[in-house]
Design a protein around this ligand. Structure first.
Ligand code: AP5
Ligand code: ZN
Length: 215
């Protein structure tokens, strides 16, 4: 079963995706990480996406769907982080998975909006891997340095207060409707975790869902 992690910016999707990848052998597909790689490499997609991401807006659906298609090819269990973000993207993903006789469930990271700014402004990221830390909640062993590679950590340019506000507005307007999409009474496939809990406790809730439901 493929997992879709759904939740606002700073809910902990990337943090948990990396843990589940290691623990259960999922392959994480993060559209945010993929886009940031295009930006770093200066590809045509990266050049188009950069100003949009800096404003905290969503990148157009057609670009995202084209980018994700080759990533979703290949075998193994997938964990989608930051995708889908709109109903059009969710429909495209369902179609992609249907063609391969695969299915998905969504896990909503339930969290209060007021903790998110603190999580995002204190976040430090290792650009090459997308690994994240938090200066108080998940500090690296040495400040500013990635534990595994010894390389420098950075703060994401969109983790500024005014951009965070725009990202939250985009989430409420365009992504939150996906809760109803996946909680469809005729085909319910939405589960929830309390993402206000500390990182280890969120992992424990996810582990219980994955092991309890056998996916
Ligand atoms: P993206 O990279 O997907 O960013 P996002 O959705 O805004 O999510 P974040 O990465 O900010 O949050 P997260 O939930 O992964 O939190 P994390 O685990 O790091 O997208 C960036 C941009 O790319 C978008 O704005 C858009 O422009 C574009 N884009 C991407 N995908 C797109 C798509 N599909 N369609 C259109 N455009 C797209 O945790 C945050 C911090 O909190 C970390 O420091 C972490 O250590 C800490 N933390 C995590 N969990 C906890 C916890 N339980 N308790 C305390 N601290 C915690
Ligand atoms: Zn993330």
């Amino acid at each position: 079963m493929n997992l879709i992690l759904l939740g606002p910016p700073g809910a902990g999707k990337g943090t948990q995706a990396k843990i589940l990848e290691e623990r259960y052998g999922y392959r994480q597909i993060s559209t945010g990480d993929l886009l940031r790689k295009h930006v770093r490499e200066g590809t045509p997609l990266g050049q188009e996406a950069k100003p949009i991401m800096e404003r905290g807006e969503l990148v157009p659906d057609d670009l995202i769907i084209r980018m994700i298609e080759p990533e979703a090819e290949g075998g193994g269990k997938l964990i989608f982080d930051g995708f889908p973000r709109t109903v059009a993207q969710a429909q495209a993903l369902d179609e992609m998975l249907r063609r391969k006789h695969k299915s998905s469930v969504a896990i909503l990271f339930d969290v209060d909006i007021d903790v998110l700014t603190d999580r995002l402004t204190g976040r430090w990221t290792h650009p090459a891997s997308g690994r994240t830390y938090h200066e108080r909640y998940a500090p690296p062993k040495v400040a500013g340095i990635d534990d595994l590679t010894g390389e420098a950590l950075i703060q994401r340019p969109d983790d500024k207060a005014e951009t965070i506000k725009k990202r939250l507005d985009e989430y409420v307007e365009k992504t939150a409707p996906l809760i109803g999409y996946y909680d469809d009474p005729s085909d319910p496939r939405l589960m929830r975790v309390n993402a206000l809990a500390p990182i280890g406790q969120v992992t424990a809730q996810l582990t219980a869902l994955i092991e309890g439901d056998g996916f």
